[in-house]
Each structure stands twice: as structure tokens, then as C-alpha cells.
Design a protein around this ligand. Structure first.
Ligand SMILES: [Zn+2]
Length: 292
């Protein structure tokens, strides 16, 4: 963090003198980043209280959408039916899907059934059946702010293997979040903990996709890896808003695509994959999960 002159206006736009606003914050970041051999976050990564309110409002809509899906999802419906429900819900709430049209993505949500890791495109040909597991992932844009979350749903009675994978994946997300210690941990600690836990349960972590900053856009810096990397990474500090969204495979971590679809990522070995995702605001003394 570049340290300004005491009398200059603070960079955050508060209109206050730097000395009376973010000066001590910036000094603490520099001190802790040096101590932990971490990178300082950019100023763009640090959201104002007003921005955080905006992100929380987007998260309320996103949460409502996933609750709605939870109440209606069942065997016999198609993944395109879920997409239609979501589009109706967003319209009713004066919100938009950030997924729709993103780099040409054709639908408003992603639906990943069984061996689909992520970015499954809703289709009227994919009919849910008893025993399936499915991830529904959506990023809501509401009044200029973005919130991103996904949940797993189990359709009727599912196998013990599937249930265990879904549960352990949720634990991976929780263990990842528990690494957030403002000023005292860095982004890489999240992935180190997730990979260690997933492996201890006999699972693998998908390496091709990661969590990210979120708020002004769907994807912002920093990248949040879900596997162990020991490269210096960004210090976690109050005001940052990130997603953690581990994709955990029952078998090997490797992925594949099918001809004619560059979006949908499948497990290479055809075994199951699961994912849970939250949008998380880092606070003065910890973090707040704004999705649910
Ligand atoms: Zn300030």
C-alpha cells in the first residue's frame, strides 16, 4: 500500500484526511504483509461500507433465489425448468443474472449434475431423477452490485457415497472460510487447508477453477485457489469480499469437455463431483457469510 501524506484526502472517497481515515489501516497492511511474506491487496479490493451494503442486498436476492430452488427442485423436472424459475424470480426482484451472456454463456444459471464439475448449461434434455446430486450456481446483479453462491441439492434418496461427498465438500468450504483471519492470514491459506482436508477424506480438488473477489463485477481479483500453493498471495484484510467455492471430486481431479460444448466441465473418470460456494465479507475481527 502506498502511504499518502497525512493531510491528503483519503483514497477511499470518504472526504476525510488520510490521517483520520485509512492511514493506520494501510500501515498495518504493510507491516503484516511484510511479516507474513504476503502481497498487499490493491485498493480496488477493499470495499466501502456503502459497497458492502450493496453487495449484501444483492446477496439477499441471490439467497432468495436459491431458497426458491430448494423448495421446488425434485425428480422429473429438467435443468432448464430451474433456469426458467430463476429468470422469473430475478425479474420479479428487479435483478439480473450476471451469468447470462457472460463470455457468451447462454443461460442464467449453471446446473452441474453428478459427474459435471461446473458450468453445466441448463437443458430440457437433462431430467433430474431420484439419486442425482446437482449444484445450482448463480450470480445475481442487483442495483450495480454482485453476489455469487451455489448449493448442492440431493434428489430423493441418494447413495451413501454421494451423500458423503456432498457433506465433505461443504466441510471443505467451512474449513476454507475458517482460515480467514483479517491481517493475520493470506489467500493461499484457504487452499492449503481445503486440499489437506479433501485429501484426508480420500477426495481430490479440481485445480482449473477458483474463487475470486466479487462485488462490482462477477469476477474480480484476487483469485482464491482451492488447492495448496506456496507462492505469496494477497493478505486478507477487512473490506475484501471474496468467494470460496471448492469443487471436490470423488475420484481423480482431472476434467474433460465434450465435443460441441466448451463450457461444461466433467470429471474425466466419470465419478461424482460436488461444489458449495459462499460470498464472504471480511470484517474487522473475522468474516461474515452473506450468502447462505
Ligand atoms: Zn479512507
Amino acid at each position: 500500500m502506498k502511504i499518502l501524506e497525512k493531510d491528503e484526502l483519503c483514497w477511499c472517497g470518504s472526504g476525510k484526511k488520510y490521517e483520520d481515515c485509512h492511514m493506520n489501516f494501510d500501515l498495518k497492511i504493510n507491516k503484516q504483509a511484510k511479516k507474513l511474506k504476503a502481497l498487499s491487496p490493491s485498493r480496488k479490493m477493499i470495499k466501502s461500507p456503502k459497497d458492502i451494503e450493496g453487495i449484501k442486498a444483492a446477496a439477499v436476492v441471490n439467497n432468495g433465489l436459491l431458497d426458491m430452488v430448494e423448495g421446488r427442485i425434485k425428480a422429473g423436472i429438467s435443468t432448464d425448468d430451474i433456469n426458467t424459475w430463476c429468470e422469473e424470480f430475478l425479474k420479479e426482484h428487479d435483478a439480473h443474472s450476471a451469468d447470462l451472456g457472460y463470455m457468451g454463456y447462454p443461460k442464467s444459471i449453471c446446473t452441474a449434475v453428478n459427474d459435471v464439475i461446473c458450468h453445466g448449461i441448463p437443458s430440457d434434455k437433462v431430467i433430474l431423477k431420484e439419486g442425482d446430486i446437482i449444484n445450482v450456481d448463480v450470480t445475481t446483479e442487483y442495483k450495480g452490485y454482485y453476489a455469487d453462491a451455489s448449493r448442492m441439492f440431493m434428489i430423493g434418496e441418494v447413495s451413501e457415497n454421494a451423500k458423503r461427498l456432498v457433506e465433505v465438500t461443504k466441510e471443505c468450504l467451512e474449513i476454507g472460510m475458517a482460515q480467514i483471519k483479517p491481517f493475520y492470514s493470506q489467500v493461499r491459506d484457504i487452499g492449503i487447508a481445503i486440499e489437506r482436508y479433501a485429501k484426508s477424506k480420500g477426495y481430490s480438488v479440481v485445480m482449473e477453477y477458483c474463487g475470486h473477489g466479487v462485488g462490482y463485477k462477477m469476477h474480480e481479483d484476487p483469485y482464491v485457489l482451492h488447492y495448496a500453493s506456496y507462492e505469496p498471495s494477497v493478505l486478507l484484510v477487512p473490506g475484501m469480499v471474496i468467494t470460496i467455492e471448492p469443487m471436490i471430486n470423488e475420484g481423480s481431479r482431472y476434467i474433460r469437455f465434450k465435443a460441441g460444448d466448451d463450457w461444461t466441465s466433467y470429471t474425466k473418470d466419470g465419478k461424482l463431483s460436488a461444489q458449495w460456494e459462499h460470498t464472504i465479507v471480511i470484517t474487522e475481527d473475522g468474516y461474515e457469510v452473506v450468502s447462505k
